[in-house]
Design a protein around this ligand. Sequence first.
Ligand code: GTP
Ligand code: MG
Length: 431
Amino acid sequence: MEEKKKGLYETQEEMEKYILAAVEEDGGEIDAEQSLDELSDLLWTAGGEEAGRVIQKRESPHPKTYLGSGKIQEVKAMLEMCGASGVITDDELSPAQLRNLSEALGTKVIDRTLLILDIFSQRASTKEGQTQVELAQLNYRLTRLAGLGTELSRQGGSVGGGNHSRGAGETKLELDRRYIRQRIDVLKRQLKELESQREVARSRRVKNQIPVIALVGYTNAGKSTWFNRLTNSGVLEEDKLFATLETTTRKATLPSGREVLFSDTVGFIHKLPHHLVDAFRATLEEVRYADILLHVVDASDEKASMEMKVTMDAMEDLGAGDKPVLQLMNKQDQLQEMQRVVIFPQKGYQQLKVSAFREEDWHRVLSALDHILDEREVEYSVCIPYTEGRFVSLLRQNGKVLEEEYREEGTYLRVRTSKQYQNMVKAYLQS
Ligand SMILES: Nc1nc2c(ncn2[C@@H]2O[C@H](COP(=O)(O)OP(=O)(O)OP(=O)(O)O)[C@@H](O)[C@H]2O)c(=O)[nH]1
Ligand SMILES: [Mg+2]
């Protein structure tokens, strides 16, 4: 798709400047100023620059125009003063809000979702990543087309550059919709195919019983940096948001000699629209099949608490909420003395304070993972000779017996215990 390749800002020689606008609601996750800092980082990542910001305190965004009329006048004056190219809102706008605000301001309006989509489309490099982004963009467009009626269509909201032939009596809007739906079907089919290839690789891994450790966390927390340190590889690590858009998996060896697979994944961000999460669901499936989640947190970020919550909520959504988690409170090297006391322990999770730049911490993390894998519960069958009765008691005391049978050759047990007990009776394992 032609439009996909050129980012919003790439055609400009100079950085385009934008005014950022947020509505501060009571009881939001973080304050509007922090949210705009993040929006500003997103804009910078996309290749633009902040020209100024406005925050409006309201119970909720204005249903028709996002901002109230007084604030709109203020933004208009700012626009004239600083010569910005447009306005970026901190929330996803409804089709009507987008049109009304743009009309009232007489300028281009971009919402948070479109900005994120733009970054994604600039950065996706694999076939799967590109397909997922295009799908998300088309879904975004499709809802906008439906909400805007024929008007947007006239204003050039068409997809595909108009190189498709027009059926008799069809309006441009119908044509656009038809084209988008067809394209969405094609993309979905392609993704399914890529997914089934992934499935094959995954079932091979399950058969080989190699544990999978998924690195998850907020964008820019340091996941790729840790992935590279733990696996000796060279995934792009960058001080930009959404540096990673595809899942990469690589083998590594833990101190015990056990082989594991690490998966680096796409980061999360607050106010990430649902259709984007949906688009990336296939990539994030890896997380669902992981044995351990290695949750990387930028502990030096004042938004760390919110960032952890966003990540854990996403894990719930993806059906990975009950997995063992090792939290890495990362970037300790950047923490000021004052900040050191501000730790946000979450119940039930193991936590390590680390820095990816300290070599001794790499080993600590690998050992901790070994330990979690040792403790992990596994289900298996054994047949223990009657002369080795102590092993039967050992398993009874330290695990859950699911089945028990007295056979000629010994006591047959189907049990669930941690890995370490399985190792003790490995001579008697039944396939
Ligand atoms: N000071 C400091 N910087 C770190 C540490 N770990 C990572 N970083 C930096 O944080 C930035 C982001 O790191 P990445 O590894 O790209 O982060 P990510 O979580 O993979 O980010 P996305 O792929 O964008 O979701 C880079 O500039 C890293 O060099 C750390 O322990 N200390
Ligand atoms: Mg990354």
